[in-house]
Design a protein around this ligand. Structure first.
Ligand SMILES: Nc1ncnc2c1ncn2[C@@H]1O[C@H](COP(=O)(O)OP(=O)(O)OP(=O)(O)O)[C@@H](O)[C@H]1O
Length: 628
């Protein structure tokens, strides 16, 4: 494979810059109206929540103590009542009104910020999945399924929580700190300084914490991926686990991954345990300092270097507002927590999104339609990594021909046909269909013209009919039945409990290997491809089923270019050309008869299958040992 091989997400993560800004820019901006509503509602809710203590302070001084005028900031005096009793009721009305406005706006901002966060993340999740599907097979060879799932699940959820909570609490924090700070300063700037002295300390403490915690969050995210991978592996291989009696071994492996998750988490929590109470302590100290200085001021005039007056009402407002001020400040710790966690998750999501797609349509790619099915391999060389797996393979298959690949295990037979489908791109040489290099046609039209029946049949959880129709979603029930008949599958399907509507279970677990195989052949019949690839399609079935499958495959292959990969040579004796591969090279080619006459590797393989083991040359037996 060429130099820019796809790398796992983990390797890309460190190259992602400012992931949260990117989430906002790419996914938040299109729904920014919800964001604006949320911020505006938050602003009104928070400001109106400041009104009750302010009114209370004014009422204490003006209505009860009579020590000052009844006045409120920003409200013209002429609008306020002059008589104490009216002032009292006016205060009550203002306080009730403020509570109602706060409640209504908090409700509205909650909805707006939830919609903003969840819609943005819905788009992130779908885009991540779409991108994941565009990535070439090399990505999935390297990536663990559990890791990919954890990106789509947990990492997206982390971002969601951050967008939602940060919006609700972050803005609340900013608004409260700015508004209360301004109010306190306007009431008594000297006492306000006492209250605010903790703020720079808290800011420094927060900077220290976020620098320390960021790498630890990266470790947590990656350990979540490892844990998921382990779980996916252990649960996916449940049958092997049970038959190998390795439940304890698997539990220990999960335990190790879970313990690693625990320890990385604890590394974060150890810091958080220090940081959160530390912030509360600093906030508490601000409160105590305000209370002590304000209290002394009321008892015996301005203490130390302070000067001027402080009324009881002002003192009450200070105490109330300081309390309000401190709470959101102490909340910074949570926001930082969400922020760091979301940043680590954002890096993983964009790490995946930034993975280059190497197998995609060329800018001037053409549609391959209609297809005759002439296929040409022209000096093809390919390797999954540095080492070539296919070397200088050349052959021509005329439209309608059947070409068989045979050879020892690991010779590169499956790899050769995967290149035709462009699951990987050749490193050197070219593969042409009807004279077009497969890299010059759209991937969609290429794959649409090729039907692939592989040795590993995969069925989706759903009904038999849904599985046959997969990829040809417009097919009618009649067409599905016709396809099943051609695949020799109709009779056993009819005998299933619900016929074509029988649920096959996850990966088709409720069906036998031969039944799964025939359903996947029916799927290919329905697809009606111009080129057919049968990759050991009759493996893992009994002889009787093999005959059925072989009959259906022969019918399917009759009038289209077909590539057959087979270990059982009896299935390819009629092929127009048999290519014998060994270590990635074509070592022999010809018809069955020609190859037997050549008396080389093919003839020896044939002899093995015919049971003539004693007549084999020693050289062949030695080579077979090497392969095994
Ligand atoms: N995705 C992959 N990544 C890296 N190496 C791979 C990958 N798939 C196959 N290989 C390697 O490429 C070589 C050829 O594999 P391939 O599956 O093409 O052989 P094959 O001839 O079809 O074998 P078999 O008959 O056993 O199915 C093997 O050595 C295998 O280990």
């Amino acid at each position: 494979m060429s130099e820019d091989t796809t790398v796992a997400v983990a390797d890309r993560v460190d190259e992602v810059e400012a992931p949260l800004r990117r989430v906002f820019r790419e996914y938040g901006l299109p729904r920014v109206h919800w964001f604006v509503v949320a911020v505006a509602m938050n602003l009104v809710a928070r400001l109106s929540s400041l009104l009750p203590p302010l009114v209370l302070g004014t009422a204490i001084d003006a209505v009860f103590n009579g020590s000052s005028d009844y006045s409120l900031p920003l409200v013209p005096k002429a609008w306020l009542p002059a008589e104490p009793k009216a002032q009292f009721w006016f205060s009550v009305a203002l306080i009730v009104g403020a509570f109602v406005v706060t409640a209504a706006c908090t409700w509205a901002q909650g909805i707006a910020s939830d919609v903003f966060a969840h819609r943005s993340l819905h788009a992130v999740r779908v885009d991540t999945f779409r991108k994941m599907q565009e990535l070439d097979m090399a990505f999935f060879d390297e990536q663990q399924t559990g890791e990919a799932m954890s990106i789509l699940n947990q990492d997206a959820t982390n971002l969601e929580r951050f967008l939602d909570q940060a919006l609700k609490n972050g803005f609340r924090l900013v608004i409260m700190v700015l508004a209360i700070g301004a109010l306190l300063i306007s009431m008594n700037w000297q006492l306000a300084l006492v209250t605010l002295v903790g703020v720079p300390l808290m800011a420094l403490f927060t900077i220290w914490f976020s620098r320390k915690v960021a790498p630890r969050y990266d470790a947590v995210r990656s350990s979540v991926g490892d844990l998921n991978t382990q779980l996916e592996n252990s649960i996916g291989g449940m049958q092997l686990v049970k038959t190998s009696n390795t439940e304890e071994f698997e539990t220990e492996r999960v335990e190790r991954a879970s313990w690693n998750f625990y320890t990385t988490n604890m590394d974060v929590l150890k810091l958080a345990f220090l940081y959160r109470p530390g912030m509360r302590l600093l906030a508490g100290l601000s409160f105590v300092a305000t209370f002590v200085v304000g209290g002394l001021w009321l008892f015996s005039g301005p203490p130390l270097f302070f000067s001027g007056d402080l009324t009881v009402g002002e003192f009450v407002v200070f105490i109330f507002l300081t309390q309000r001020f401190i709470d959101p400040l102490a909340q910074i710790s949570n926001i930082i927590d969400w922020f760091e966690n979301a940043r680590a998750s954002g890096k993983r999501i964009f790490g995946l999104m930034d993975t280059p797609v190497r197998i995609e349509d060329a800018p001037d790619a053409i549609e391959l339609d209609p297809v005759d099915g002439a296929v040409e391999y022209d000096d093809v060389t390919f390797g999954y990594d540095e080492e070539p797996i296919i070397e200088d393979v050349s052959f021509d298959a005329a439209a309608g021909d059947t070409v068989a690949f045979v050879g020892p295990t690991g010779a590169g037979k499956s790899t050769a046909v995967k290149l035709l489908m462009r699951l990987y791109d050749v490193d050197e040489g070219a593969i042409r269909v009807d004279g077009h290099d497969v890299r010059d046609v759209t991937v969609g039209s290429l794959r649409e013209s090729i039907g692939y029946v592989s040795q590993e049949t995969y069925l989706f959880d759903g009904t038999v009919a849904e599985n046959i129709r997969y990829g040809e979603f417009d097919a009618t029930r009649e067409e599905i039945i016709e396809a099943a008949k051609a695949a020799e599958a109709h009779e056993f399907i009819e005998e299933l409990a619900d016929g074509y509507d029988t649920q096959v279970g996850e990966r088709g677990a409720r069906l036998s290997g031969g039944q799964r195989q025939r359903i996947s052949i029916a799927r290919t019949v329905l697809q009606d491809p111009d080129i057919l690839i049968l990759d050991e399609a009759t493996s893992a079935v009994d002889t009787e089923t093999e005959v059925l499958i072989q009959r259906s495959l022969d019918r399917l292959a009759a009038d289209r270019t077909t590539f057959v990969i087979a270990h059982r040579l009896s299935t390819v004796t009629d092929a127009d050309t048999i290519l014998v591969l060994e270590e990635g090279r074509v070592v022999e080619r010809g018809t069955h008869q020609e190859l037997l006459e050549e008396d080389g590797l093919y003839a020896n393989l044939w002899a093995v299958q015919a049971g003539e083991i004693d007549d084999l040359p020693d050289e062949f037996v030695d080579r077979a040992r090497g392969d095994v």
